[in-house]
Design a protein around this ligand. Structure first.
Ligand code: PLP
Length: 381
């Protein structure tokens, strides 16, 4: 792994994390259960404004168990936002179900509600009506839940929210502000090292349904029956988050507002200092987004020939990490035979898009350095 001078989205931890971690350590709750685990679940649930939460070892595990808890598996079809990180689609395969990919809309970069409805009607006609839709809040921007929820409800399709990138984001839905993680039958969060807050690795299922969350908790702890001996009626998983990591998560959550505020500031700085470059456009400026990563697109027809690849390479030569936008699932070799409903939106974004360093510990001076090197790619600007 390259040791970058400036990373894309590194962990942002401080003395509070150290303190909480050592407290948990000294209390001897190093087992996978303990008081910090329940407290972290309660803190996140309160933050997202949803009553129930189960902490697990990753966002991917959270998605997997959500699908299983909803009874989704062998023989079932699940619509998946194509423009996402592979984990969203992998979880559907882990559950034994068949993903079908649906492309994005320009307004949110998330799954296109019109195309979702077309896919549902189309698949139903082939006797493969989807059981569920996984919508993603990509780059920390909520999908259009007013429309998606109405379509899913109308057709009897379960809506699952992949909010792995979106903790701290909000959106206005039916006239009121709601948190990312509060939509659908359940939502999934990630505390991977590159996300807005981290436990070094971890995830959570949050839901209004106590039954669903209890089922996730049960499956995540080897599906052990509540009896004195080791008795199992079904296949379980060892997916529970450990108490030490939950302690770290509690400290991180206490800093969530500040971290989101900083990521938003960084997004504003990039817009101010790069907005005039020909061919450069920014991610949609929707209100409430957490600005997990600032994304630009570079249209070579308008940029004087400057491409995303050139900019990425030039930044890399200066020790600065940047990354293309997610490669859509319908383009992934591993999913070459998976059905997909495309409209070219994610193809274009993948072809021209670049994520810029956006970590909440990034200083103004570092943003200045990045801006300076980016502008070098447009010598006449
Ligand atoms: C990070 C991420 C996941 C997976 O989370 P992990 O904790 O890394 O397993 C799922 N979906 C999306 C959209 C993500 O960005």
């Amino acid at each position: 792994m390259k040791n970058w001078r400036i990373w894309l989205s590194p962990p942002d931890v401080g003395s509070l994390e150290r303190e909480y971690l050592l407290q948990a350590f000294d209390s001897n709750w190093i087992a996978p259960v303990g008081p910090d685990l329940a407290a972290f679940e309660a803190d996140v649930a309160a933050r997202v404004d949803v009553p129930h939460a189960a902490a697990v070892s990753s966002g991917t595990a959270a998605l997997h168990l959500t699908l299983l808890a909803l009874g989704i598996g062998e023989g079932h079809t699940v619509l998946v936002q194509s423009f996402t990180f592979a984990a969203t689609a992998f979880a559907v395969k882990h559950a034994g179900a068949q993903p079908v990919f649906v492309d994005s809309e320009e307004a949110t970069w998330n799954v296109d509600p019109g195309l979702v409805e077309k896919a549902i009607i189309d698949l139903a006609a082939q006797h493969r009506k989807p059981r569920a839709l996984i919508a993603v809040d990509l780059y920390g921007r909520c999908a259009d839940y007013d429309r998606l929820a109405a379509i899913c409800e109308h057709h009897g399709v379960l809506l699952i929210e992949d909010a792995a990138e979106a903790l701290g984001a909000t959106t206005v839905s039916q006239g009121r502000e709601r948190a990312a993680g509060s939509f659908g039958v359940a939502a999934v969060l990630s505390f991977n090292g590159n996300k807005v807050i981290t436990t070094g690795g971890g995830g959570m299922v949050v839901s209004n349904s106590e039954q669903l969350v209890e089922r996730v908790r049960h499956l995540s702890t080897q599906a052990r029956q509540p009896v004195g001996h080791y008795e199992h009626h079904e296949i379980g998983f060892n997916y529970r988050m450990s108490n030490l990591l939950a302690a770290l998560g509690r400290a991180q959550l206490a800093g969530l507002d500040a971290k989101v505020a900083r990521r938003r500031e960084i997004n504003t700085l990039y817009r101010q200092h790069l907005g005039d470059l020909p061919g450069v456009a920014f991610d949609p400026p929707t209100t409430g987004r957490n600005c997990w990563l600032t994304c630009i697109t570079i249209d070579p027809a308008k940029s004087g020939g400057v491409t995303r690849q050139q900019v990425q390479q030039h930044l890399a030569s200066q020790g600065i990490e940047s990354r293309p936008l997610w490669m859509p699932m319908h383009r992934q070799p591993v999913f070459v035979n998976t059905p997909a409903y495309n409209n070219q939106v994610s193809n274009r974004l993948f072809g021209h898009g670049l994520c810029l360093p956006s970590g909440s510990a990034l200083s103004d001076a570092e943003v200045g350095t990045i801006v300076k090197h980016m502008r070098e790619c447009w010598p006449s600007s």
